[in-house]
Design a protein around this ligand. Structure first.
Ligand code: C2E
Ligand code: C2E
Length: 169
């Protein structure tokens, strides 16, 4: 029974939680914070140059990169922090009881870890790096507004040249 439950909330390729479970967790976190006013943060992470890997080395190599990166995320998170596969090469981290300043520490640790361990990824051409956008809960937030702000910050990180972390204004 436990096995079934884990399958239904886990992304099979990477072992982090799936986007269906993210939706449930965000709803829970939002209703908790709308009552308590307690802060939480989310980080949106998108791998840079991932399309190059898929195009040049095929989807199996792409899958390896996704697994490699998911492991880096998992190793760098506290037990109460949760990671989700948002879609394709995009991940989201939910950090309960955490401000954007603290989330920035976590995000940078993950980003730098990918840079430092790049040599394990034999993908040639451009290095695979990650761009990250961060935001925290604001009163009245819905899932779409919250995730939208993180997405905008991620877009700014891409526009600023990638391989960096930006906190939503
Ligand atoms: P954990 O809290 O589940 O954290 C898991 C991993 O996330 C840590 O493995 C570390 O790689 C990263 N991490 C979490 N919080 C921080 C942080 O504030 N700064 C940095 N640089 N990395 C962080 P690690 O370091 O091997 O720790 C394993 C476990 O040992 C932690 O699991 C936690 O239960 C405990 N622990 C380690 N150091 C401390 C500490 O300074 N204070 C407390 N209260 N517990 C600690
Ligand atoms: P630090 O690594 O520079 O982290 C500074 C602050 O960023 C932490 O303060 C915390 O507010 C936030 N932060 C860092 N990592 C995480 C994380 O994985 N998840 C969340 N939710 N927040 C995070 P804090 O808790 O007072 O810790 C102070 C310092 O104690 C940390 O500075 C680090 O040097 C050490 N530390 C605490 N826990 C751990 C741990 O599990 N592993 C390691 N290696 N160091 C830890």
């Amino acid at each position: 029974e436990r096995h079934f439950r884990e399958l239904s909330i886990t992304d099979q390729l990477t072992g982090v939680y799936n986007s269906r479970y993210l939706h449930r967790q965000l709803q829970e976190e939002l209703s908790r914070s709308s009552r308590s006013g307690q802060v939480f943060s989310i980080c949106m992470l998108d791998l840079d140059n991932f399309k190059n890997v898929n195009d040049q080395y095929g989807h199996l190599a792409g899958d390896d990169v996704l697994q490699f990166f998911a492991n880096i995320i998992k190793e760098n998170l506290r037990k109460q922090d949760r990671a989700f596969r948002f879609g394709g090469e995009e991940f989201l981290i939910l950090l309960p009881d955490t401000t954007t300043q603290s989330a920035f520490v976590v995000a940078e640790r993950i980003r730098e870890s990918l840079v430092l361990r790049q040599h394990f990824l034999d993908t040639g051409v451009k290095p695979v790096t990650v761009s990250i956008g961060i935001t925290e809960y604001k009163e009245g937030d819905q899932e779409t507004t919250l995730v939208g702000r993180a997405d905008n910050a991620l877009y700014s990180a891409k526009a600023a040249g990638k391989n960096c972390t930006i906190i939503s204004a």
